[in-house]
Design a protein around this ligand. Structure first.
Ligand code: RP5
Length: 177
């Protein structure tokens, strides 16, 4: 293990609210969409770290990041990419942590290129794929994955679902008015 990773593990474990989710994106141009995942996680008191790492431009950095993620205390990785969109799949190749892929809306093919690239993983290397640009749902899914082993977080997720239902039912009152 490199000294940098060792230091990082130590620092993360010392934090009162350690980083549990890694948010990867192929470029900083993905950030305006991907920041919705960070915001969703914050609603549930979860801390994320965001990094620009590209499966094509910096593949060795990706191996290092994904390969050390579990040791550093991460529980889920969310990866957003557009176009050829190999980032989520290659991340999943280097870790057994759950990986959630966010297909980014691109200029050429309306995000269908990224959606199909991310969802069509080979047997044995799953990526949980959310909708095109659906970074908020990726953050919520990451919270639910972590919450499955955390009763306090589960209670917050239950309250969130109840509010979702109440807000939905309230729409009937507007229609009837
Ligand atoms: C993809 O290429 C990235 O995820 C991004 O969506 C896109 C363009 O990157 P930039 O040219 O903006 O750096 O791999």
């Amino acid at each position: 293990m490199s000294a940098a990773i060792n230091h990082s593990i130590h620092m993360n474990d010392q934090q009162p609210n350690p980083v549990r989710v890694g948010i990867l994106m192929g470029s900083d141009s993905d950030w305006p969409v991907m920041k919705a995942a960070v915001e969703a996680l914050k609603e549930f008191g979860l801390t994320a770290e965001a990094r620009v790492i590209s499966a094509h431009r910096t593949p060795r950095d990706l191996e290092q990041y994904a390969g050390s993620a579990r040791e550093r205390g991460l529980r889920v990785i969310i990866a957003g990419a557009g176009g050829a969109a190999h980032l989520p799949g290659v991340t999943a190749a280097f870790t057994t942590l759950p990986v959630i892929g966010v297909p980014m809306l691109g200029p050429a093919l309306a995000g269908m290129d990224a959606l199909l690239a991310i969802v069509q993983m080979p047997p044995g290397v799953p990526v949980a794929t959310v909708g095109i640009n659906a970074a908020r749902n990726a953050g919520l899914l990451a919270a639910q994955i972590i919450g499955s082993g955390d009763p306090a977080l589960q209670a917050r997720l239950d309250a969130f679902k109840e509010k979702l239902a109440a807000d939905s039912r309230a729409k009937n009152r507007t229609l009837l008015a």
